[in-house]
Each structure stands twice: as C-alpha cells, then as structure tokens.
Design a protein around this ligand. Structure first.
Ligand code: GLU
Length: 477
C-alpha cells in the first residue's frame, strides 16, 4: 500500500530523529500536528447555494505566527494539508525564519468560477478562519500556494481588516499581497528565485558537485522542469537566462515540450513558452525552432529524460517507487513540496542520484513572506530611510576617489557607487543570504554528524535540532 503524504514526510523525518537520538516523547510531539480546523460553509453562486469544504492545519506553535500557504484545488484533503503544514515547520527552521508551520486548503476548482464568485468564496473562507482563531498577524498567517495568488491574498487581507479594524497590524495577516496593498517587491518570484540561489550555492561547493557526478559550473547544465506555474517558471527562467543552464524539457499537465537538440543549442526559451501558456492556457500548439510538442502521455516518461538537473515544480508524489529507478538525472532539485516519495527517495539514493530537498530548496517563498510580514508590522518600506543617505555617501566616496587619483571615474562605476538599494535589491540579497547560509549548514551537518548521508536527512537534522532545542530549553508548557 502507498504511504499517505503525511506518512511519507514522517518516514523521512524519522531518519533524522534516529540520528539525533531524540527522546521518544519529544519526537512524537515534534511530528504531531497541533490542531486542524475543518470548515464547511455555504456560498450563493448563480442563484444556488453551494457548500464548500476547507482546512487549516497548524503543525507547530513553538514560534508564532504559524505560517504557510493556502491552496485552492480539487484534490486537497486533511492528510495533505497536515503534511504540508509539517513541511512548513521544518522549512522555516532550516532557513531561520521565526515562524511555526501551518497550511490550508479549500476544495474547489477555481477555473469553474468567475472573479466575483471567487471573491465571495474567498472572503467567506477568510471569515471562517478569522472567527475560529486561524487567521491573524500574530498567530496564523497564510500565503499563496497552488491555485491562489496576490488576488486572493488581497481579498483575505481586506476581509480581515473589516473584521478586526482595531488590529493595527491587519495588513500582516497574510503575505504574498499585491505591492499596492502592502505586499513586498520580489515576493512573486521568491520561491523560484530561492530555487536558483539554492542550486547556485550547491554548485559553489566543488566537492558536493563532484560527489553528485556533475561537472563544475551551472552554465550549460541540462535541466528538465516539471510544471511551469509560479515556481517552475521563475526557477527555469532565471537558471537559463542568468546562469546559462539549458532547459531541455518542460512538462505540463497537457503535454511536454522537448528540445530536439537535447541541449546542443540554446535550449527551450522559457519566457516565450510562458507567455504562450498565459495567453492560450496550454502548451499545445507552441512552436519554435528545435522544440517539439509531445502530448500528455509523454508527461510521466519525460521525467526520465537524461539530464543533469530534474526540477519537479508541480505536485507531490511525482517520483515514486514505480518510476524512481528510471530517473536518469544526476540531481533532483525539489522545487515542489513532496515530489519524491519516501520509497522513491531510498531508490534514488541507492542509485547515486543526489536530492536537494523541498524543505530547503523551496523555502524562498516563506523567507520573503517573512520580510513582507516584518515590513507590514514595522509599517515602513525597506530602504525608505537609508536609500538616499547611502547614495549621498557613495557619491562622496566616488568624489574622494577622483580627488585622490586625479582621474575621473567611469560613469557606470560612479553610478554604481552612488546608487542606494531599492526594496527589491534588499529582498533578493536577504533571500540569497538565507539560502546560502541554510545550505552551508546542511553541508556542514552532512559532513560532521554521524549517520547522515544525504541532504534530506541533513536538512531535517538541522530543523529538528533547532525545534527540539526550543522544547528542551524552554520546557513544555
Ligand atoms: N506556499 C508557500 C510554501 O509552500 C509559501 C508559504 C508562505 O510564504 O508562508 O512554502
């Protein structure tokens, strides 16, 4: 029998619990989901009353608020929401974001409703969450996930504001809002950007690269990506446009685009493909030189294409015991949550495939959510106080250099020196730092802790060690 999503995550976490030799009681408490809310509420849609079901699971509250996205999909269930909430706990600990873990889901097919209907449904769900104590800037802060985005977050924030206007921090009740409504620049791209920063840091470690049977440098590496949603799109765009990697296949719901030259030329142009998808809602019919469209049947098989890096950026349980032995990628970079099952993880490991685990690699979203939350509770945009000050300092420095050298500086150099950081620069720098430090900690743990021989276990050891410490130091209340 297949393990459920939650059982899969727990089986992986057990490996780290054994390594740490954690007390059984503490281990049980760490894995347990603290609370789950299930709501069923009616909304009048096109003259008829429809019943909707949603969940919000809080895995841990050792730090508050508990944090994590809300997905709108036809397949959400309590087990999945609990599994995802626990992943949020570990994720936050790994990248040092001071939040507990939570996740929510609403059983819905968003394509079946128009904008006004979606708004009514989202607002009513928000009311349920708020009234039941599962939404507030201090205790539980949702964010976008599958099927949700800025639009839904803006509705949620506005609903909360109307319900609790005396909460001066009301904008911080959700993250991933539009910039015009309290969001932060760089949040939309954040998860994909974090995947890029994480992979870049991996490639900076020559020993790790060699051990993964890869050659030096990200440039020219052949990548297969599954899912061109928010995460897959930005990750593959940045890796190809900024790091020179080649996207040789894009797997989507309705088919696959394959680079016929297998990376000998420039690879698949991600931006063009994405624009096409946004316009047409499908990959079908896309054509450009050297790119071939294969229909849906080729989807699962395409995961097995020979490549350097496979980036599953769509759903959970995509690599299972059924296809794991045929995966030919050297590195599996988990941009989605839970794309590799526990059994598949064991098979890949045995076959020498390296995995950069979800709980580390896709944490960029929550890192920037943290920045957005801090911006909201401090009620000021990052950079507002210091940008012009830093520009003036830079200009003084440039003038001093010119005086000392007796030569004028090149215009571009002078401009560089005299430009203060904008919010998006600070966000990217903070994200880069978080991803780098986290992977360095994972590298160090893998090297120095006995019994740790893969990055997933190392990442969970890092996370559990921090979380358990909070239990052990403060005690159980
Ligand atoms: N839904 C995203 C995730 O799975 C983001 C969560 C957040 O920003 O709170 O990590």
């Amino acid at each position: 029998m297949e393990l459920s999503f939650k059982e899969n995550v727990n089986a992986m976490v057990d490996g780290a619990i054994r390594v740490l030799g954690l007390d059984e009681g503490i281990a049980k408490a760490l894995k347990a989901c603290n609370s789950v809310l299930k709501v069923q509420f009616p909304v009048k849609v096109r003259g008829r009353v429809e019943l909707f079901t949603g969940w919000r699971a809080v895995h841990s509250t050792h730090r508050l608020p508990a944090k994590g996205g809300i997905r709108f999909a036809t397949f959400v269930n309590q087990d999945e929401v609990e599994a995802l909430a626990s992943l949020m706990t570990y994720k936050c600990a790994i990248v040092d974001v001071p939040f507990g873990g939570s996740k929510g889901g609403l059983l819905i097919d968003p394509t079946k409703y128009n904008r006004d209907e979606m708004q009514a449904i989202t607002r009513r769900f928000t009311l349920e969450l708020t009234r039941k104590g599962f939404l507030s800037p201090a205790t539980n802060v949702p964010a976008p996930d599958m099927g949700t985005g800025e639009r839904e977050m803006a509705w949620m924030a506005d609903t909360y504001k109307h319900l609790v206007p005396e909460d001066i921090n009301f904008t911080a009740c959700v993250t991933g809002k539009p910039v015009a409504h309290g969001g932060i620049r760089g949040r939309t791209e954040a998860t994909g950007r974090g995947v890029q920063f994480g992979i870049r840091e991996f490639f900076r470690n020559t020993k790790a690269v060699k051990a993964a049977h890869l050659t030096k440098g990200l440039g020219g590496k052949k990548i297969v990506v599954q899912g061109l949603g928010n995460v897959g799109y930005y990750a593959s765009k940045f890796l190809s446009e900024e790091d020179g990697a080649k996207i040789i296949a894009i797997i989507e719901r309705d088919g696959v685009l394959v680079d016929k030259t297998a990376g000998k030329k420039q690879g698949i142009p991600v931006e063009k493909v994405h624009q096409y998808m946004v316009e047409k809602g499908t990959l079908k019919g896309y054509s450009s030189a050297g790119v071939e469209f294969l229909d849906k049947k080729a989807g699962q098989k395409a995961l097995e294409i020979e490549c350097d890096i496979l980036i599953p950026a769509a759903l959970e349980a995509q690599i299972t015991k059924k296809n794991a032995k045929r995966i030919k990628a050297k590195l599996v970079a988990e941009a989605a949550n839970g794309p590799v099952t526990f059994e598949a993880d064991q098979i890949l490991k045995k076959n020498g495939v390296t995995i950069l685990p979800d709980a580390f690699l896709n944490a960029g979203g929550v890192v920037v959510s943290y920045f957005e939350w801090v911006r909201n509770i401090s009620h000021i945009r990052f950079g507002r106080m210091q940008r012009r000050f830093e520009e003036a300092k830079g200009l003084q420095f440039a003038s001093a250099l010119e005086r000392l050298s007796g030569k004028p500086l090149r215009k571009s150099v002078k401009e560089d020196l005299a430009s203060g950081p904008q919010e998006v620069d600070l966000v990217r720098s903070g994200l880069d730092d978080s991803m780098r430090l986290a992977l360095q900690e994972i590298f160090e743990t893998k090297k120095s802790v006995k019994g740790v021989d893969d990055y997933r276990t190392a990442a969970y050891v890092v996370a559990l060690d921090k979380i358990a410490r909070s239990y052990l130091d403060i005690g159980v209340y």
